[in-house]
Design a protein around this ligand. Structure first.
Ligand code: PEP
Ligand code: MN
Length: 254
């Protein structure tokens, strides 16, 4: 969605940090591809229902520090509370993202702005769970009011309720409308949460690039079948690299 030929932002890494070994082995393989901008990993996981894996928590931040030190990859983490922001920044995380469930709640976003005020860290705002463009724009606006840092949007699709080929239906017209209303915002696509299954990820990723999205966030796990969250949609690092090599990027070589 960028008018200019810029290097796309490619963020890859597991849905959740599970163990140091899983994080480091995944990062080792991802770091081998020059297109990768940053390593993502959930540390505190927002689960829709209780009883599921809720993330490794604070200790996982040390693993991300190690990824940065050993492989030189900037890191990206989901934050939902001011405490998350503080802890992530202490660990040197460069990209923070606000998850779909948090974007849906203006009180939560407003709380987050207290910790984000004046910061220069990059902040990415996922669309809310439901196709409510105003909520998405509102969350971005709240953040832009407190920081002059780069704020980006992540399109991760919308909860459909009905059975569809997608876990979250893309409704491409919504991110397109966001770009029309906020042309200064970069938008990256998260084909993993749109697809919900790894077979669909490449075509969703290519479609986003054809629409000129500014980048992609792709869940990648050393052993996807045994992942503790989002096992169906994560790619192996090998398949991530194949995907990156096969994607057609407009006006740009990666
Ligand atoms: C995630 O990125 O792993 C995640 C929980 O995503 P979302 O907020 O889009 O559901
Ligand atoms: Mn996930």
């Amino acid at each position: 969605m960028s008018q200019h030929a810029q290097k796309p932002i490619i963020i890859a890494g597991p849905c959740s940090a599970e163990t140091e070994d899983q994080v480091m082995r995944t990062a080792a393989e991802i770091a081998g591809h020059s297109a990768v901008t940053a390593f993502r990993s959930g540390v505190w996981k927002p689960r829709s229902r209780p009883g599921n894996f809720e993330g490794a928590g604070d200790s996982a931040l040390q693993w991300l520090q190690k990824v940065k030190k050993v492989y030189g990859l900037p890191t990206a983490v989901e934050v939902a509370t001011p405490q998350h922001v503080e802890k992530a920044l202490e660990a040197g995380v460069e990209y923070l993202w606000i998850g779909a469930r948090t974007t849906s709640n203006p009180f939560s976003v407003q709380e987050l702005t207290k910790a984000l005020k004046g910061l220069e860290v990059k902040i990415m705002v996922k669309n809310p769970v439901n196709p409510d463009l105003s909520l998405w724009i509102g969350a971005i606006e709240r953040i832009m009011k407190v920081t002059s840092a780069k704020v980006m949007a992540i399109h991760r699709g919308f909860y459909p309720y009905e059975q569809t080929p997608y876990r979250n239906i893309p409704k491409w017209e919504i991110p397109i409308e966001l770009k029309t209303r906020m042309p200064e915002i970069s938008i990256i696509c998260d084909p993993s949460h749109i697809s919900g299954n790894r077979a669909l990820v490449p075509e969703v990723a290519q479609y986003a690039l054809d629409l000129n999205f500014d980048g992609l966030m792709i869940e990648t796990h050393i052993n996807p079948e045994h992942a503790l969250s989002d096992a169906n949609q994560q790619l192996t690092p090998e398949n991530l690299i194949k995907l990156l090599n096969n994607l057609q990027f407009r006006d740009q070589n990666i």
